[in-house]
Design a protein around this ligand. Structure first.
Ligand code: PLP
Ligand code: COI
Length: 341
């Protein structure tokens, strides 16, 4: 299969239309058979529940070309599971996990020419999503839904590649204590748009959200979980019911413990203790592990000892091991790698 003529090395995190997408419709209480189509346009009622009341959930995962030339995805079963939890929270029908993995597999296979080559630094981002498609004007869930998967080749999420980021402690909240922060709903991202535009205008790369109840504890950023490293090399990740259960973070905990022999603590992290950490990173599918060099808390600048030029040593080991597993250079734990072809 011939690859598309794309400048893989210089891709940013943007949308490039690929040839095929998967669609399945839910009507009269059942999902139809579904399949691949070429048309990228979605046609729905002007009064669709997704347009009026934001009834939509999504997922994000990537396809990689491994060192030995296979195309693989990373733990798609966990994305399927999380999408089920997201759908249930928004009163949407669940798309069965085995069908989710099959839909991802079909879509990636059909767009294999867009899967960036091994060593290019780019990957194929996969976006499964689902939305209420029929007209509702009273506030209630839709009766009809569409589940879709599209793909787009991507490079680094943050401009400047793996250069350490500067983030600010944000005055806006991302999630309420009993709200929807733990699911991947479009509404969580809509409410973060003003905060991220404001952060960028002021020269910051991302927002550090605090817990809405006490504003004393670190939650996450708009699109990634936090990972800290103490001065004695313990990996610490914030525990909270209102952050997204990142698959990357859960995988890194295993990598830290089982591959690198590091101690890991999943616990509440107070803003007050951030200045004591040696390293900080953002982890997620899009972010992979992006190092943080500086955190600004209302004028108080906290410089991580790892500096503004490179990843800290533990972050680097985690990054190399995780990406090594994803690209087939390092043996993966059972069930982590799903081979497409
Ligand atoms: N937190 C938020 C708010 C996200 O949008 C994402 C991205 O999916 C993550 C964390 C990271 O999750 P994952 O590692 O499963 O991609
Ligand atoms: C992902 O990492 O897959 C996400 O969905 C994050 C988003 C901000 C791009």
């Amino acid at each position: 299969m011939e690859k598309k003529n794309i400048d893989w090395e210089n891709l940013g995190f943007g949308y490039i239309k690929t040839d095929y997408r998967y669609v399945s419709d839910y009507k009269n209480g059942a999902w139809n058979e579904g399949g691949l189509i070429e048309d990228d346009k979605v046609v729905i009622s002007e009064c669709a529940c997704v347009l009026q009341y934001a009834q939509t959930v999504f997922e994000g995962l990537k396809a990689y070309t491994t060192e030995d030339g296979r195309i693989v995805t990373f733990r798609p079963d966990l994305n399927a599971e999380r999408m089920i939890q997201s759908a249930e929270r928004l009163e949407m029908p669940v798309f069965p996990a085995d069908r989710f993995v099959d839909a991802v597999t079909q879509t990636v296979k059909a767009n294999a020419a867009y899967v960036p080559p091994y060593g290019s630094g780019a990957t194929l981002y996969i976006r499964p999503y689902m939305f209420g498609s029929n007209a509702v004007i009273g506030v209630k869930p839709a009766d009809e839904y569409q589940f879709r998967v599209f793909t787009t080749p991507v490079g680094h999420y943050f401009k400047g590649g793996v250069k350490p980021l500067t983030i600010r402690v944000c005055d806006f909240d991302r999630a309420a204590p009993h709200g929807t922060g733990h699911i991947k709903a479009g509404l969580n991202y809509a409410m973060s748009l003003h905060a991220i535009v404001d952060a960028h205008q002021k020269g910051y790369d991302e927002n550090m959200y605090l817990d809405a109840a006490t504003r004393k504890k670190v939650e996450e950023t708009g699109g990634a979980n936090f990972l800290f490293v103490t001065k004695d090399n313990t990996v610490v990740t914030p525990k909270s019911n209102s952050i997204l259960p990142s698959i990357t973070r859960r995988s890194l905990i295993h990598v830290a413990e089982e591959y690198l022999g590091l101690k890991v603590e999943e616990r509440e992290v107070y803003l007050d203790e951030v200045e004591d950490f040696a390293e900080c990173g953002l982890c997620g599918t899009a972010a992979v592990i992006s190092p943080v060099g500086k955190i600004v808390d209302h004028g108080k600048e906290i410089f991580l000892p790892s500096g503004m030029h490179e990843m800290g040593p533990v972050t680097k080991k985690l990054y190399d091991t995780l990406t090594g597993i994803q690209m087939g250079r390092i043996e993966a734990p059972e069930g982590w790698i799903h081979v497409i072809e």
